[in-house]
Write a protein that binds this ligand. Structure first.
Ligand code: NAD
Ligand code: AKB
Length: 336
């Protein structure tokens, strides 16, 4: 008898660590994690961990002979800035890697006669605003607007959303007997801010980086103009969004890809917020042309009405609560 598990790829990353913590706190212990990196020691008791590459098809095949995967949280990816330095590698990991896992989940769904849930974190990178005037004007972008990403990462996310939709509805559409489909669900996240981990390889990183630098007492130079506006979210809300969407009854879902967001602010306002708690923080701005271009192409805000309506999405942390109740108390403890 194969062991029933929840599979989390990219579990060593920022969202992975937060999700692993939350799932294990909820008493869910049938967790199988997969990442290129080993799990940090404090997470080792929480899951069966495989240190490996999502591109290793033989390893994935071995996994499904041993485990019955009920739900996949597919988090492994190369983020936007890293993806621009290594676009072919980003395509392999973000597209080929996702395709391999979708295929595995599709086969599992048929084999057990029940849909595997496939939860996929997409991104504001799936959007491409044509200019700053439009970014300022259309400040609550809906899921079907401005789907013209400018980064490899954004193209990868948008295409994988479509692949997920394909595998959920049209896979093997010409076969005599239609198979049991997988159940793909995705959220488009804004920039995420964790109190416990630092981001790497992303373009929204200037926000969390300035906060963590201030908490450590280090000076920080943000790579964007102070007037750059993006949406952000505290990490506990991101984890709740993934779990909330996974738990939603399928008949309530009017789409497979949902915007979720919490608060939008400029980099200058982010600095001012950080300085309320760390008045001696040394934060400066020196815009990097290329990364600035990516930030300028991403929307300043998202419309998440569909998620609120269909599966009762609502973030717990607005800007003030995120800083006062989650970020500052935990970050101060982290660097004491
Ligand atoms: P992260 O970079 O912190 O973690 C990604 C993890 O994936 C890393 O631990 C890395 O080792 C692993 N990984 C990369 N390539 C792999 C491979 N070939 N095989 C196995 N593991 C591999 O990223 P994160 O912030 O935790 O993001 C998780 C997911 O959420 C990603 O898909 C990302 O695109 C998405 N997302 C994140 C944000 C954000 O602000 N953090 C926003 C939108 C979407
Ligand atoms: C990145 O900047 O690449 C991520 C994201 C918004 O997807 N944080």
């Amino acid at each position: 008898m194969r062991k029933k598990v929840i599979l989390i790829t990219g579990a060593v990353g920022e969202i992975g660590q937060a999700l692993l913590t939350k799932l294990s706190q909820s008493g869910i212990n049938k967790l199988l994690t997969l990442d290129l990196q080993p799990l940090p020691p404090e997470f080792v008791p929480l899951s069966i961990h495989i240190q490996g590459d999502i591109l290793d098809r033989d390893m994935l095949t071995r996994l499904i002979t041993e485990y019955e995967v009920d739900t996949v949280y597919h988090l492994a990816a190369l983020l936007s800035t890293r993806g621009e330095f290594a676009p072919e590698l980003a395509h392999r990991v973000n597209v080929d890697g996702t395709m391999g896992l979708l295929q595995l989940a599709a086969e599992q769904s048929q084999r057990r006669g029940k849909s595997v849930k496939f939860i996929f974190p997409s991104s504001i990178a799936a959007y491409g605003m044509p200019d700053l005037y439009t970014k300022d004007r259309d400040n609550a972008v809906k899921e079907w607007q401005w789907s013209e990403p400018t980064t490899m990462y954004g193209c990868n996310k948008l295409y994988c959303e479509m692949l997920g939709n394909y595998y959920s509805h049209n896979y093997q559409q010409l076969a005599d007997a239609r198979p049991i489909m997988l159940d793909f669900r995705s959220v488009r996240f804004p920039g995420l801010i964790s109190a416990f981990t630092l981001p790497s390889g992303g373009t929204t990183d200037y926000g969390p980086e300035m906060l963590h630098a201030a908490a450590k007492g280090d000076p920080y130079v943000a790579f964007v103009r102070p007037d750059s506006r993006l949406p952000f979210m505290a990490m506990p809300d991101a984890v709740d969004a993934l779990l909330g969407l996974a738990a939603a009854p399928i008949e309530k879902l009017s789409r497979r890809v949902y915007n979720v967001t919490s608060f939008s602010l400029t980099a200058g306002e982010f600095r001012d917020k950080v300085c309320e708690s760390f008045p001696n923080a040394e934060i400066h701005f020196l815009s990097d042309g290329k990364r600035q271009g990516i930030v300028d192409s991403w929307p300043s805000g998202l419309n998440d009405d569909a998620a609120r309506r269909d599966w009762d999405w609502t973030p717990l942390y607005d800007l003030d609560r995120a800083f006062d109740e989650y970020l500052i108390p935990n970050i101060v403890g982290l660097y004491k």
